[in-house]
Design a binder for this molecule. Structure first.
Ligand code: GDP
Ligand code: IMO
Ligand code: MG
Length: 431
């Protein structure tokens, strides 16, 4: 296989960064196709921690080129910071990443509007990452957004920015009763900030298409997770982009007919940051243990993540929406010390049994659990399937059975080597 889409199969933070870094070993191009700095993808390499927000996570492999696709929204201030951190002491990342000229720009007032909107929602807030994602995509769909390509011409840029600032000021003053922003100050600061990025702007769609045509190995890296998808997720507690496999085509600007394989990433349990339904969520006393063992604090915001048992109904829905041919199960090691482990196998809804998570009725789904015995030994040093404790193998097999999808690999630690093949042959990218 010469291309693979990697998507989160839960509510984000499944360990996509670690998985993409592992799989990018043989990739030539790695593409981010949606979202922006709301993503926080963690990679450990040679004992050093890297957190990717806007740059594709596969780029620690020197042979790779990265694309920030047309479906993304870009915060230029944060992108500069990220590039500077990543480039310190290594060859420049500026030369290895292309920004599609169609990608939209997150402006400082998008962040301000994100914050104010959340404040206004009060108890009903979504719990966004506060990165201005929703307001930036709103402007995109309202057809008034500023795109990366607009940064190439000062007159075009200023003309669009002037109109955007006027519209934003109307909202800031009329809806939220706060101070307006100054066009002049913003224009000067933004122009200066975006200069280092200009050389990176190009036609990402063409670049990706050429790579695919030339038989190069292309990895599409999803951000967030399937159940945060704008259409298929637990709306309105979702992000604003298309986080599923379908988004990989539109967000890269290629035909979906190019896509060959899709793999989902899921944790061996479930987490969620922000508000919204979570049927298998544990009460705080019990969630705390998973949170501490799994280090479940947001990579972007540092917020404590809500924790619960593995929800097979949730991942089963992801298998269907994304047509996944295999799953990579991460953080199995976090369950090493548990005497008993539960799995949510489905739900009761109005006297009926449901096998698949349904976001429409999510608040009313009553989870049904089975309990499996824990293995109570370390899996951290396991490198082959037979190294895993028998009960851990049974846990993995049960999950594969419940979600009707093979588990190709399990991850037993945050570094690249801590990975165990299960049904590896089901992930054709590895052949
Ligand atoms: P992403 O957004 O999907 O890339 O996930 P995050 O990076 O936000 O969160 C996943 C966290 O789990 C990071 O701190 C990773 O270093 C860590 N991690 C990934 N895989 C494993 C694993 O198999 N075991 C353990 N213990 N940690 C892991
Ligand atoms: P990665 O790529 C987990 C959540 C937020 C909030 C909702 C909307 O690291 O898996 P937004 O700022 O996007 O408007 O917030 O989506 N969210 C994430 N949760 N991981 C992420 O990214 C997330 N990106 C957004 O917490 O509930
Ligand atoms: Mg994350």
């Amino acid at each position: 296989m010469s291309n693979l889409v990697v998507v989160g199969a839960q509510w984000g933070d499944e360990g996509k960064g670690k998985v993409v870094d592992f799989l990018a070993n043989t990739a030539q191009v790695v593409v981010r196709f949606q979202g922006g700095p709301n993503a926080g993808h963690t990679v450990y390499w040679r004992s050093k921690k890297y957190t990717f927000h806007q740059i594709p996570s596969g780029l620690l492999h020197r042979q790779t080129r990265g694309v920030i696709g047309c479906g993304c929204v870009i915060d230029p201030y944060r992108l500069n910071e990220e590039l500077a951190v990543l480039s310190a002491g290594r060859e420049s990342f500026f030369r290895r990443v292309m920004i599609d000229r169609r990608a939209h720009i997150i402006l400082p007032f998008h962040k301000e509007l994100d914050r104010l909107h959340e404040e206004q929602l009060g108890e009903k807030k979504i719990g966004t990452t506060g990165q201005g994602i929703g307001p930036a995509y709103q402007d995109k769909f309202a057809r008034v957004g500023i795109r990366a390509g607009d940064l190439l011409n000062e007159d075009v840029f200023n003309d669009k920015l002037r109109r955007n600032v006027a519209a934003a000021n109307f909202r800031l003053m009329e809806c939220y009763k706060v101070e307006p922003i100054s066009f002049k100050e913003l224009s000067t600061a933004l122009w200066k900030t975006t200069r280092p990025l200009v050389a990176m702007i190009g036609d990402g769609t063409l670049f990706i298409e050429k790579a695919l045509r030339g038989g190069k190995r292309v990895l599409f890296e999803g951000a967030q997770g399937t159940h945060l998808d704008i259409d298929l997720g637990s709306y309105p507690f979702v992000t604003t982009s298309s986080t599923v496999v379908a988004g990989a085509a539109s967000g890269s600007g290629i035909s979906p007919l190019w896509l060959e394989e899709a793999v989902g990433v899921a944790k061996a349990y479930t987490t969620r940051v922000g508000a919204g339904p979570f049927p298998s969520e544990l009460p705080e006393e019990e969630a705390g243990r998973l949170r501490e063992l799994g280090g479940e604090y947001g990579a972007t915001t540092g917020r404590p993540r809500r924790c619960g048992w593995f929800d097979a109904g949730l991942v089963r829905a992801s298998v269907r929406y994304n047509h996944l041919s295999s799953l990579i199960l991460t953080k199995l090691d976090v369950l090493d010390s548990f005497a008993e482990i539960k799995i949510c196998v489905g739900y009761r809804y109005q006297g009926q049994r449901l096998k698949e998570f349904d976001p429409f009725f999510a608040q009313e789904l009553e989870p049904e659990f089975i309990t499996l015995p824990g293995w109570r030994e370390s899996t951290k040093t396991s490198r082959s399937y037979k190294d895993l404790p028998l009960r851990a193998r049974r846990y993995i097999a049960k999950i594969a059975d419940l979600i009707s999808c093979p588990v190709a690999l399990v991850s037993v630690g945050s570094s690249r080597e801590e990975i165990v093949p299960v049904e590896k042959e089901k992930l054709k990218w590895l052949k």
